[in-house]
Design a protein around this ligand. Structure first.
Ligand code: ATP
Length: 250
């Protein structure tokens, strides 16, 4: 059976009278991409924030591996193997691509490693950064200044920075936003490669990419899950057609 890396049960987040996320359960498996789709305001970002610890849930639970991480801080959750990329970039534009990835890896140096001598720490962070750059397809840009690379490459850099923390689970919020066709195709290929060793939760508005990449989809409307299943099941779901997808993916 495929390993469940992350499991959320009956998550609810209320902002005053609004249930932005309402009784949502979702599992994320190793080697799988689970896409969460839905119209603007459906609750996708709020759900991501609940999984990453950026927001505490009003009720429900989040389990990462075997640990109940409900209510943990983002730093503590990240230390247990959850990596998150944000819609708004965290990149230091005046720094090189390499420096950005290295800093991201360093920021997540586990506490237990800190007793190691500096030389060994240095080598292990460098090794992680090299691996992350390679997996994100950016080794050829290693020495470029981050502010000078293309928009698509900056999105790859965000992924490399997330990978440098050595996560098991990646939460990716609109990794294809603002990309042209060639950049989007490149990112789709990268994500297909990255999923071989990770579980990925993908929030994305590009439906062609979503239906190419996703092993499972969860469709949210007004905070609630209206459907969950394989791409074929979601395409065939009349409720999803009516609420969101329209005819183009029927
Ligand atoms: N901090 C907040 N305080 C109050 N309401 C919020 C807050 N964050 C989100 N909301 C509301 O919760 C609902 C869900 O928002 P959310 O951003 O999660 O949707 P989304 O599906 O990610 O939308 P989009 O696709 O536009 O990013 C919206 O009605 C939004 O206005």
């Amino acid at each position: 059976m495929t390993e469940v890396l992350l499991s959320a049960k009956n998550l609810t987040k209320r902002f005053g009278g609004l249930a932005a996320v309402n009784d949502v359960s979702i599992d994320l498996l190793r080697n799988h991409i689970h896409a969460v789709i839905g119209p603007n305001g459906a609750g996708k970002s709020t759900l991501t924030n609940l999984l990453s610890g950026d927001l505490p849930p009003s009720s429900g639970s989040v389990t990462l591996g075997k640990l109940d991480v409900t209510g943990w801080t983002p730093e503590k959750i990240s230390g247990q193997g959850l990596g998150r990329s944000y819609q708004k970039t965290n990149i230091f534009l005046p720094f090189s691509v390499w420096e950005n990835v290295r800093l991201a890896g360093q920021s997540r140096q586990p506490f237990a490693m800190r007793w190691l001598n500096r030389a060994r720490q240095f080598a292990s962070i460098n090794e992680r950064a090299e691996k992350a750059l390679e997996l994100a397809g950016l080794t050829y840009r290693k020495d470029s200044i981050a502010g000078t690379i293309s928009h698509g490459e900056q999105r790859q850099l965000e992924i490399a920075m997330t990978l440098a923390t050595e996560p098991q689970v990646l939460l990716l919020d609109e990794p294809l936003a603002g990309m042209g066709t060639a950049e989007a195709e490149r990112m789709v290929a990268l994500l297909q490669n990255i999923k071989k060793n990770h579980g990925i939760l993908l929030v994305e508005h590009d439906m062609d990419a979503v239906f190419t990449l996703a092993d499972r989809l969860t469709v949210m409307v007004n905070g609630q899950v209206i459907a969950s299943g394989t791409p074929a099941e979601i395409r065939a779901d009349a409720g999803v057609q009516a609420a969101y997808l329209g005819e183009e993916h029927a």
